[in-house]
Design a protein around this ligand. Sequence first.
Ligand SMILES: Cc1cc2nc3c(=O)[nH]c(=O)nc-3n(C[C@H](O)[C@H](O)[C@H](O)COP(=O)(O)OP(=O)(O)OC[C@H]3O[C@@H](n4cnc5c(N)ncnc54)[C@H](O)[C@@H]3O)c2cc1C
Length: 319
Amino acid sequence: MTQLRIAILGAGLAGLACARELTARGAAVTLFDKGRAAGGRLATRRAEAGGRRLQWDHGAQYLTARGPGFAALLAEAGAQGWGEAGRFVGVPGMSALPRALAAGLDLRPGRHVVALGGGPGAWTVRHLEAALVRPGKALPEVAPSEDGPFDAVAITLPPAQAAPLVARPAPGLRARIAEVGIAPCWTVLAAFGTRPDWPETLRPEAGPIGWLARDSGKPGRDAATECWVIHAGPHWSRAHLEAEAASIGPALLAALPPAPVPLHLQAHRWRYSLVEQPLGEPCLWLPEARLGLAGDWCLAGRAEAAFDSGRALAAAMCG
Ligand SMILES: Cc1cc2nc3c(=O)[nH]c(=O)nc-3n(C[C@H](O)[C@H](O)[C@H](O)COP(=O)(O)OP(=O)(O)OC[C@H]3O[C@@H](n4cnc5c(N)ncnc54)[C@H](O)[C@@H]3O)c2cc1C
């Protein structure tokens, strides 16, 4: 039998789970991602201040496993427990998990996919150098590079980013994925010379703050760096979505008990963070088009949902 050639767009957890399952079933898989590495929202940001190396998990904070498959994957990728029983994190940072899962896969990072060419059985993937693409701006007028042909394509991007790619080959899908709702999240990364008088983690019921955590208290981090992650809640994030990044740190610090002057303060805007309204199906697969979609947004706002969705799409593609 000839080996199936499959392109996977997106190397977050859904894309990685899909790739690993397809590879195990004998397919030749190529992963494309606009990021510098695999991981998507399983991410770790690094910086230096005052001669100290700082780091924060600015996306997913901790992972939980309800099913044995995801529990086994976390163990394989070296996740360690943190805080309450059943919470796991990557070590030395969350990004270590996707890095371990991507080992041995044909990953093409730094490729911003702009279109699919060709058609079923002979798809091509058109992409631009990610460094040329500015978020929220028109695409640069540069001819894209093209890879392929591929027998089938799996798109594992958040729905708003997948929508333009399916517009030509599968126009009917646009309405389906438009039903999905994902909240934005402003995230603040702060570091202090001395420990603020804050609890190790906090999830307030109301107000601007959605979550606070002492990132440097996670296993394998340098506890002395006092690195903290502050997430704004979805309501506040939506109301301030287009605000200047520089205004976000001071605004969220002002909503917390007084802290020492930070050594480092920066904000990251996640336009697509936690799923509020999922699709309600494990994945979407169009057998005639040989095109499918997966991601946490199919099932729920948890990393395990991305894993389940990616695996479901791989099974559908081979079915
Ligand atoms: C702030 C925050 C906190 C969270 N906290 C938790 C938590 O505590 N626990 C938990 O279980 N989950 C949490 N999550 C959710 C969890 O991170 C996600 O459910 C999971 O990582 C989603 O994986 P995914 O593969 O579906 O999508 P993503 O990780 O978003 O992967 C999509 C990939 O597609 C790539 N991409 C997008 N557009 C293009 C393009 N045009 N061309 C090429 N590549 C492209 C992106 O670079 C990305 O790598 C959190 C998320 C955020 C943002």
